[in-house]
Design a protein around this ligand. Structure first.
Ligand code: GLU
Ligand code: MG
Length: 434
């Protein structure tokens, strides 16, 4: 008898969605089957949309019933070989057995928001997610923010990550040692509409992949300790017309924003405290949204102010953008960008204007003066944020029938799971997952 040759592992491709818990979940299939799976999809279970970050399933209307399909989008295929391993995945939409968009699909939530923007203003959004994380491959002490030593110490992690992003169709921009201990940040060029959120998901997974192949982790949890430095995910946005022309800026106007840009930003500001339930949607998120961390605590617009919730960033017409800072990596990028676009379209439809900037610098105002100027505080907890979302009639339209209730239920369940834990324990639980 001939001796059999040693087994070679098959090349598998993972077909997944970034779900409500901001986890990429799905199934892997032989890579050779991808062409047919691109046409027919991969079966999935409805109740899985209610799996919490910690692996429990919140009560859902689905129970054990039903069938849905993950339909991979070939434009999101990531296929790299690094550190002796292959990272091969493809992001998907969730459709019904009849091929219709599934009402609870996060990618569809963003798609519907983008369609509304297109119909309301003939625009799309150009966006980039600026993501901070902790890289465990370096020493925590001494911390040397922005230093060449911190850059040197991380070895080739940053270079490999940039190569992985580029090989996956992104345009890496900068890699830097941020202010916190072991904290780094990587930025990529903005992308249009859905692609921006796809890239945010791909970037997180590639950072985790490159780190883990070196025996380390890239941790995107908002706070690793209750009194630490936060990891923000700042969402930069501008509007682009049908021919790709910049539509956000207009010289000579006091805000620097065009009328449509101002309506869009004013819509986000108007809905802002409630938006936190979608963009900072974890118990851990609210350790970050506290004073003196360069993270926002009030629903305000600032001109070049990095403590503001919305920062109007300077730049030429093509670079000019608005940065939304009430976001972190516990948010699903499709849900976060979708909610911001929906809120912005509400502002366009209602022709909202921004309030006059307060006469005093925001930092010099006390709380009473801030309230007096009509500025609202951000929620102090996930529970508070969820109640604000529940009381937002427009959100019912954004989500569609049943989805808002499902989302609120899902998030309340996550909040309950953290009840009674010490703050450090809460941070540890999120850091272990994110
Ligand atoms: N780490 C800060 C945050 O939690 C942001 C620092 C910065 O401005 O980049 O949002
Ligand atoms: Mg930063």
């Amino acid at each position: 008898m001939l001796a059999s040759s040693p087994l070679e592992p098959e090349d598998l491709v993972f077909i997944g969605i970034c779900d409500l818990a901001a986890q990429v979940r799905g199934k892997s299939i032989p890579a050779a089957d991808l062409p047919s799976r691109l046409l027919h999809g991969v079966g999935y279970t409805p109740a899985n949309i209610c799996i919490s970050p910690f692996g429990t399933i919140a009560s859902s209307p689905f129970g054990t019933l039903g069938d849905i399909v993950l339909m991979p989008d070939a434009s999101t295929e990531v296929n790299i070989v690094e550190g002796g391993g292959r990272e091969h995945f493809c992001l998907a939409d969730i459709v019904t057995a009849d091929g219709e968009p599934w009402p609870y699909c996060p990618r569809n939530f963003l798609r519907r928001a983008l369609e509304r923007l297109e119909n309301a203003a003939g625009c799309t959004v150009l966006a980039s997610f600026e993501q901070e994380f902790v890289y465990t491959g370096v020493a925590a002490e001494p911390k040397r923010a922005y230093a060449l030593t911190s850059f040197r110490e991380q070895g080739n992690f940053g270079g490999l990550l940039m190569a992985a992003l580029r090989a996956s169709g992104m345009q890496p921009d900068a890699f830097l040692a941020e202010y916190g201990a072991r904290q780094y940040e990587i930025t990529v060029a903005p992308a249009l509409g859905m692609r921006a959120a796809d890239e945010a998901v791909m970037l997180r997974e590639l950072a985790r992949s490159i780190a883990s192949r070196a025996g380390n982790r890239a941790i995107f949890a908002p706070m690793l300790s209750p009194d630490g430095i936060g990891n923000g995910t700042h969402i930069h946005m501008s509007l682009r017309g049908a021919a790709g022309e910049a539509k956000m800026q207009e010289a000579g106007r006091s805000t620097g924003l065009s009328p449509i840009g101002e309506h869009f930003v004013a819509g986000i500001l108007d809905h802002m405290p409630a938006l936190a339930a979608i963009t900072t949607p974890s118990v851990d998120s609210y350790f970050r949204l506290t004073p003196d961390r360069w993270a926002p605590t009030w629903a305000n617009v600032g001109y070049q102010d990095r403590a503001a919730s919305l920062r109007i960033c300077p730049g030429s017409a093509s670079q000019f953008n608005v940065e939304y800072r009430v976001a972190d990596a516990t948010a699903c990028p499709y849900m976060a960008l979708g909610a911001l676009v929906h809120a912005g379209v509400d502002g366009i439809e209602r022709k909202l204007s921004l309030p006059q900037p307060p006469s005093k610098p925001f930092a010099a105002m006390d709380d009473a003066e801030r309230h007096g100027a009509g500025i609202r505080p951000l929620p102090r907890s996930l529970g508070e944020a969820i109640e604000l979302l529940r009381e937002t009639p427009a959100a019912r339209e954004w989500f569609g029938p049943g989805f808002l209730e499902l989302y609120i239920n899902f998030k309340l369940d996550e909040e309950r799971a953290m009840t009674g834990l010490e703050p450090q324990e809460v941070c540890d639980r999120y850091a272990a997952i994110f």
